[in-house]
Write a protein that binds this ligand. Sequence first.
Ligand SMILES: [Zn+2]
Length: 225
Amino acid sequence: MTWLQLRPSPPRVTIAMCRRVLPLMLALLSTACARRVLSTTPAATAPVARAATSGAARVSVPTLGPMSGSETVNYILGRGLLLPVAGVVVSQLRDTFDEGRDVGRVHRALDILAPRGTPVLAADDGRVLRVRPNALGGNTVYATDPSGRVVYYYAHLDAYQPGLAEGATIARGDVLGTVGTTGNAPKDTPHLHFQVMSMPADGKYWDGDAINPYPLFLLLHAARP
Ligand SMILES: [Zn+2]
């Protein structure tokens, strides 16, 4: 398999940056703490293979056990998170996490606008859980971090990267596909629907508690334009 490798240098966090984003982080952590706190599974007894419902992928993912929302935020900040659309910088983002969507849904994700065909990149190292279309998301990819604690959902892809397969190991910056409008996306607004979730204790990776990636990107990429 041939991957386009885009590996930016790790973000450098300075004291000035911390001062700018501290209020943001406090708001983010308070939100995370208000979410349902999952029971912690000892690493030694954590399930290795996650059972999935019918129709969903059955990919074995090593896991250290579920985390609460605040633990997930801290974990992601420690790992870093790549903005998953090539050429898009943080200043172009708009927080769409709490926006309403059709039939009373709350978005719980970040829409990243970019021209159709722009490469969609893996935000983190890890494993591909699912490569399959669905009605709302169109062409979608579910992936997890190396420890199986965080789930990343990429939707509305125009096309998948050739060779992308469930169970594949991926690296941050690998191309997963291209930006598009498949699923319920407006046909004149190509974008990546990007969602970050805690891996739930029951292993239903498509249904974890969502974490807002917008403030994480602001913090992690504050040194960039
Ligand atoms: Zn969306």
